[in-house]
Design a protein around this ligand. Structure first.
Ligand SMILES: Cc1cc2nc3c(=O)[nH]c(=O)nc-3n(C[C@H](O)[C@H](O)[C@H](O)COP(=O)(O)O)c2cc1C
Length: 237
């Protein structure tokens, strides 16, 4: 096994990691099917416990993407009737109890995005419309829906994250951008019906994939990361 890497090769990986950002406005330019297939083949080299490969991907583009978006947006826009059962997510992504430092971080990203978009505080309709853009995959030509077999446990979810990050990095290497989207977990019933997903699988998340629209303000959002001392402890003596 060739194990030596030149500094350029190491930097190439860093560049893919550092240039990845969540992109929330895409150009309509299509991504060829062969490129998508290669990207997913590369991403599936992700490690997984006992090589279980817990991922399943449903790729939507063209009319299939429009159809899925239309159905979800119709449900999203439907008036919330008091007697209608609350929409249940396929799983709980966010903490049930928001505590520091997570709540502040969550607030900041939301406020920063809405400020960029020129949305006033309290403009709930504007915010809801922006959230709804998730379901159009932010106009990306390709939408990815990820599912996992319900029998799988937390370890497989850890593996799944590596697969997702591989997709986002392999995309960067091809000049493509992404936005991972947990927003879809609230619509797993519609998604499962539309894409014939077996009951044994549940929706993990969605992802928009395509070419970033550089003219859109929402793509200027930059996010912070905590400095090393906040999350790393070294023990040396
Ligand atoms: C699993 C996962 C789900 C996410 N879901 C959404 C989503 O539904 N909508 C959205 O706009 N961003 C979503 N994000 C993007 C995060 O807001 C983003 O990763 C975070 O703010 C850091 O910004 P960056 O990705 O630009 O570095 C998600 C990210 C991850 C990893």
């Amino acid at each position: 096994m060739e194990n030596k890497q030149t500094p350029e090769q190491q930097h190439f990986v860093d560049a893919a990691i550092l240039s990845r950002r969540s992109i929330r406005a895409f150009l309509p330019d299509a991504v060829p099917r062969a490129d998508l297939e290669r990207l997913l083949e590369v991403a599936a080299r992700a490690p997984s416990g006992a090589n279980m490969q817990p991922w399943k991907v449903y790729v939507v583009s063209g009319e299939a993407r429009q159809r899925l978006s239309r159905r979800i947006l119709a449900a999203y826009a439907a008036p919330k009737e008091a007697e209608a059962p609350a929409r249940t997510a396929s799983y709980t992504y966010y903490p049930r109890q928001w505590t520091a430092p997570f709540i502040e971080r969550r607030r900041k990203i939301g406020l920063d995005l809405y400020q960029l978009l020129g949305l006033e505080r309290g403009d709930t309709a504007g915010m809801a419309a922006q959230h709804g853009r998730n379901f159009q995959f932010f106009d990306a030509p390709v939408g990815l829906i990820f599912t996992i077999d319900r029998v799988l446990e937390q370890g497989s979810w850890l593996d799944y994250g590596m697969f997702l990050q591989n997709i986002m990095l392999a995309a960067r290497a091809r000049g493509l951008d992404t936005c991972p989207q947990a927003a879809f977990i609230h619509y797993h019933d519609i998604i499962s019906d539309e894409l014939n997903i077996p009951a044994s699988e549940m929706v993990v998340c969605g992802m928009a994939l395509g070419y970033a629209d550089p003219a859109k303000v929402e793509n200027r959002l930059t996010t912070e990361r905590e400095a090393l001392p906040g999350f790393v402890k070294f023990f040396e003596e």
